[in-house]
Design a binder for this molecule. Structure first.
Ligand code: ACM
Length: 716
């Protein structure tokens, strides 16, 4: 970890300093040259009193003998301090961190006590927590206060009082579409711990594979896993690993849709003949179970009972999403059953089935959780509804008395930048969904399927009682186009932004400050074990052996297409997209963000930025020739060469502005290029458009567009 370069004080930091200084009448001085990047922002932070040296290392002293779990938390803390600071040669007396923690019988439940207070003084620190979760969180905060300065390793001196806004702060990991090894899952749990996330929603079966060893139904893995699954011992290991970090594991075994892998193993439960595996254009999400076959519920009962021996959490996710009605209505036997029993359509049949699944789970002592489709079923109020099709479901499900976990707006596979997700508040019933205007652009007719995704302009805000029903929220990464070696970079740092949205006060909304802190947090995650950079480097190396520089430069100013445009490109090109430049392109292109910010400040009058801006633009303009050279005979690079050309053309136009060039032809050309790029951004601005509109070569959008536009527009 090298944080020796001065990190600009975030505006959050300034506000904390100034606010507290005004309140307390103290001077907020003595900050080290680099301010810490606290994420998620705590509920309350005092003014900084400067720093204390950690040159002698940190020694933990417990008020009462620590449990084995807390001892392991302390060991991780010490190991991470070492990783962050490179401090191997402690000298001087150690800095003592006193920890007192109460026993919490609710640890690893939604009622866990997560509050902590941390005071870091000149002569030692105190961490007081109401339970083990608070200790884990307080240690994570302490790590973010540690800095390596030119004067050595220090900790910021201040007082923090902190507790989460929401009890449920999750991350959904889809290991069906692309499997993730035990080691890879553990890396994500380590990062989750550092960002105070506390639920791993583990999506363990889908069309592509069933991923847990079943001894009751061995064909689920011998046939349905294609050789990639967790043994029961591995599942237990991961659940224990998560528990150590204050993270609950909520498994999802999705029924009755998304069932292809299950049905390959047990085709007698299928509603329709199964499609050929790997058939081109086949939607692997479609195959569904036959809800009218009594063996289907018998299977679910026995499978869930077995899986519950592996997953101790009180909550059990049974999916329930995206059941294709024609799977049932076009099966004459099922259609006849529906007629006899008075089910007017497939959703009515699904509602009855969902009620049966709920009865199974409650009889087994679990609380069912399901996607928002299940809220249309006659189910008890304690069933947790997870909203995904739009924010309005938070309103309707809480209105019906259900606890809700919000994942609508937090789908990381949409490949939108952190700032987009960050702007969405879990309480906001209008925040996410296709707008009526967006809909008319592509779909003049509203089908019942689309209706569920449409934003409701009249959705009422949540009442205080409804707000109490919102347990929290989850980020979700569906992995159709995310292979294991892309996972770390697709999850982080964007999941850190979500963690802040789910933990911090809803008033914490400064996007610029978020974007300043995210690279620091990402560097810390890398130092403590994340492999995003190593994996991205390996992907680059495979494309341009020993000559990755020009590719890195292009990727520093580009972002992937959004809202499933990449999934659509991948459906045409197969696995090629998993190793193409777009697989490495980061939705948060920090270099481009920095440029856009500088360009806007320059236009606003900060003329000292002219020289660094020129240097950036000159390097991007010059990159094109180098890129063309490495792209020769590498199809994945040749494909994005037009993007490289456009980056160069836009950069040259920006240089012309900064150099005060005369003439109008180049300016008009640049304006046309900007308009064309803006259209490409628009073309993947929602998931209906991205299905229909032209996408840029190789799925790369040019992220420096706002900065270039600001420069060009400044001299009309
Ligand atoms: C979902 O994304 N089908 C829950």
């Amino acid at each position: 970890m090298t944080r020796t370069t001065p990190f600009p004080y975030g505006s959050f930091w300034k506000k904390v300093c100034l606010g507290s200084a005004l309140l307390a009448g103290t001077v907020c001085g003595g900050l080290a040259q680099a301010a810490p990047a606290l994420m998620p922002v705590p509920q309350s932070v005092s003014a900084s009193n400067g720093v204390a040296s950690l040159a002698g290392g940190v020694r933990i002293v417990w008020a009462t003998p620590p449990s084995p779990l807390l001892q392991r938390a302390a060991a991780r803390f010490s190991q991470r301090i070492g990783a962050l600071t490179g401090a191997s040669s402690a000298h001087g007396g150690p800095y003592v961190l006193h920890i007192s923690a109460s026993y919490d019988p609710a640890y690893l439940t939604v009622g866990a006590k997560e509050h902590y207070a941390l005071t870091t003084s000149a002569d030692g620190a105190h961490l007081e927590a109401d339970g083990p979760a608070g200790v884990v969180h307080g240690l994570a905060t302490f790590l973010q206060l540690v800095q390596k300065t030119s004067d050595g390793v220090v900790v910021e001196r201040l007082h923090i009082d902190d507790a989460p806004r929401f009890a449920w702060r999750g991350l959904l990991l889809d290991v069906s579409r692309h499997f993730a090894s035990v080691e890879t899952v553990k890396r994500q749990l380590d990062a989750m711990e550092l960002l105070k996330l506390n639920v791993l929603h583990w999506h363990l079966n889908d069309g592509t594979g069933f991923r847990v060893e079943s001894r009751v139904f061995p064909k689920l893995t011998s046939v349905g896993s294609h050789g990639q699954y967790y043994t029961q011992a591995e599942v237990r290991d991961i659940v224990t690993y998560a528990a150590d970090r204050g993270i609950r594991v909520v498994p999802e075994f999705d029924v009755p849709g998304h069932a292809l892998a299950v049905l390959q193993a047990y085709p007698e439960l299928a509603a329709q003949p199964l499609p050929e595996v790997n058939a081109v254009g086949e939607n692997l999400n479609n195959p569904a179970m036959d809800p009218t076959n009594p063996r289907t519920l018998t299977f679910i009962r026995a499978l869930y009972a077995e899986m519950e021996t592996l997953f101790p959490d009180h909550y059990f996710h049974s999916g329930g999403d995206e059941v294709l009605g024609t799977q049932w209505t076009s099966n004459p036997k099922i259609a006849a059953y529906m007629k006899v029993h008075g089910y007017k359509d497939a959703p009515a049949l699904q509602a009855a089935f969902t009620a049966q699944v709920e009865k199974i789970l409650s009889s087994q002592g679990r609380v069912m959780m399901g996607w928002d489709e299940v809220s249309e079923a006659p189910i008890p109020k304690n069933v947790v509804v997870e909203g995904w099709r739009g924010s309005k479901w938070t309103g309707s499900a809480t209105q019906a008395g259900h606890p809700v976990v919000v994942s609508s707006g937090y789908y990381l596979d949409m490949l939108t930048p952190s700032r987009t997700h960050y702007a969405i508040d879990p309480y906001d019933t209008k925040a996410n969904g296709i707008t009526p205007e967006e809909l008319t652009e592509t779909h003049p007719k509203i089908t019942p399927l689309l209706q569920a995704f449409i934003q409701d302009p009249n959705a009422a805000p949540l009442t205080d009682d409804q707000k109490k029903m919102v347990l929290g929220a989850e980020g979700a990464l569906w992995t159709e186009v995310v292979s294991e070696n892309m996972l770390d970079a697709r999850l982080w740092p964007r999941t850190a932004a979500l963690a802040e949205r789910f933990w911090s006060s809803e008033n914490v909304r400064d996007v610029d400050d978020l974007e300043r802190r995210l690279p620091v947090v990402m560097a810390e995650l890398q130092s403590t074990g994340l492999q995003a950079v190593q994996h991205e480097n390996a992907l680059k190396e495979a494309l341009a052996p020993a000559h990755t520089g020009p590719l890195s430069t292009l990727l520093s100013v580009t972002v992937p297409v959004r809202n499933y445009a990449l999934n659509r490109l991948a459906s045409k090109s197969g696995d090629a997209m998993l190793s193409a430049p777009v697989a490495i392109a980061d939705p948060d292109a920090f270099e481009a963000i920095r440029f856009n910010d500088m360009a806007k400040r320059y236009v606003a009058g900060e003329k000292s930025l002219k020289s660094p801006l020129k240097a950036m633009l000159a390097s991007w303009a010059a990159n094109d020739e180098a890129f063309v050279a490495i792209a020769a005979d590498v199809p994945a690079l040749e494909e994005v060469t037009p993007v490289s050309h456009t980056v160069a053309a836009l950069s040259n136009a920006g240089l012309n502005i900064l150099n005060g060039a005369s003439g109008t032809a180049w300016r008009l050309d640049a304006q046309h290029l900007i308009a064309a790029q803006e259209e490409l951004f628009h073309n993947s601005s929602n998931h209906l458009l991205s299905l229909k509109r032209e996408q840029p070569p190789g799925g790369l959008l040019i992220a420096i567009l706002p900065g270039i536009k600001a420069l060009i527009s400044s001299q009309n």
